[in-house]
Design a protein around this ligand. Structure first.
Ligand code: HPA
Ligand code: ZN
Length: 351
């Protein structure tokens, strides 16, 4: 018999099924972080690239991280197997199929071109592969998506500018730009000028801030980079004024709970600041960040926070609603997906 656990909302479908079938949008997922060890081994063999592990089990065993940098070292190493447009297409397609199985209806994929162009992979090969997978997902899975080019913040602003130059002929294929990699010691202001140029070109801006870095980096991302969303932002609770501003301005935050525990931003899920952020009225969304490395895709992230914080269906639904609202979807597509969410919730209530 299938257990029908009765949560606080009554004798409806169990919470796990509710979370699985909930229409979702994912706004914070690095495509390179969706590289599962199986595909990594396959691409290594296809491209003749040597890896420091021989089996999938050995690879997974290496995924023990002490902080962001210890993860990034492994993440960039994994990128070495990605060489051809086809590799990027296979990578993104594998993610999109998994996301589809978790009822992700829309995804905004981060990618790190500098991690590839540095190794001699042409920018066009990366873009072509990712676009191919996204177009296929739209056609075959009815999952919509877009691309956000992230600049690596441990590299210079000049390097970011050179990367923007590579992207210039292809701007219609980008929803915006972001900022990722090693946060500490690389404040958002380091990229003020290149982000200003991106905005002049019509690109939206987002940035990782307040993951390992202090709340002041969140303020700096808002002021110096004029970001539309903050990626992570979980350390905002350390500064009441920052929380107040995020609430007053309705800034969306793309929170990645399993990532934060895996990278020891919080030692345990019950120490995560999500609940406090929600109580402060922040526009929090739930995302997977680098699911192949952090032990779960977006559904597993929803399950983890629902269980840790005993979230109600209404609270969970609000998290999903925020993601559609904070997405860079066109208004008609956004309205359609919000209507799909509403009818899902209405059906669930009626059950
Ligand atoms: N933080 C910063 N940079 C990243 C991450 C992250 O979680 N994942 C991939 N690049
Ligand atoms: Zn991230």
């Amino acid at each position: 018999m299938i257990a029908r656990t009765q949560d606080a909302d009554g004798p409806r479908r169990d919470m796990r099924a509710f979370l699985r079938d909930l229409p979702k949008a994912e706004l914070h997922v690095h495509v390179e972080g969706t590289l599962e060890p199986e595909l990594m081994m396959e691409l290594a063999a296809r491209n003749g690239v040597a890896l420091p592990f021989r089996t999938v089990e050995e690879a997974r065993a290496a995924y023990e991280f002490t902080d962001l940098q210890s993860f990034l070292d492994v993440y960039y190493q994994g990128c070495a197997v990605l060489r051809e447009a086809e590799d990027f297409a296979d990578l993104a397609w594998a993610y999109l199929e998994r996301a589809h199985a978790q009822r992700v209806r829309h995804v905004e994929l981060f990618f790190d071109p500098q991690a590839h162009t540095e190794r001699g992979v042409p920018f066009e090969a990366v873009l072509e592969g990712l676009r191919h997978a996204l177009e296929r997902a739209r056609r075959e899975l009815d999952v919509s998506g877009g691309l956000i080019l992230c600049f690596l913040r441990h590299l210079s602003e000049d390097h970011a500018r050179a990367t923007l130059d590579l992207a210039r002929p292809h701007l219609e294929h980008l929803q915006g730009v972001g900022l990722d990699s090693s946060e500490r010691g690389n404040p958002p202001g380091k990229f003020r000028d290149v982000f200003a140029e991106c905005r002049r070109l019509g690109l939206r801006t987002v940035a990782h801030a307040g993951e390992e870095g202090p709340p002041a980096y969140i303020t700096e991302a808002l002021d110096a980079l004029e970001v539309r969303r903050i990626d992570h932002g979980v350390r905002c609770v350390e500064d009441a004024a920052v929380v107040e501003r995020l609430a007053a301005e309705g800034v969306p935050l793309t929170v990645c709970p399993l990532s934060n525990v895996k990278l020891r931003v919080f030692e345990r899920m019950d120490e995560h600041t999500l609940r406090r952020m929600m109580e402060a009225g922040l526009r929090v969304t739930i995302n997977s960040d680098d699911p192949a490395y952090f032990g779960g895709y977006v559904e597993e992230n929803f399950v983890a926070v629902q269980e840790s914080f005993g979230l109600s269906r209404d609270e969970v639904a609000a998290l999903s609603r925020h993601a559609f609202e904070a997405s860079f979807l066109e208004e008609d597509a956004r309205a359609r997906l919000l209507a799909e969410l509403d009818s899902y919730l209405a059906l669930d209530r009626a059950a």
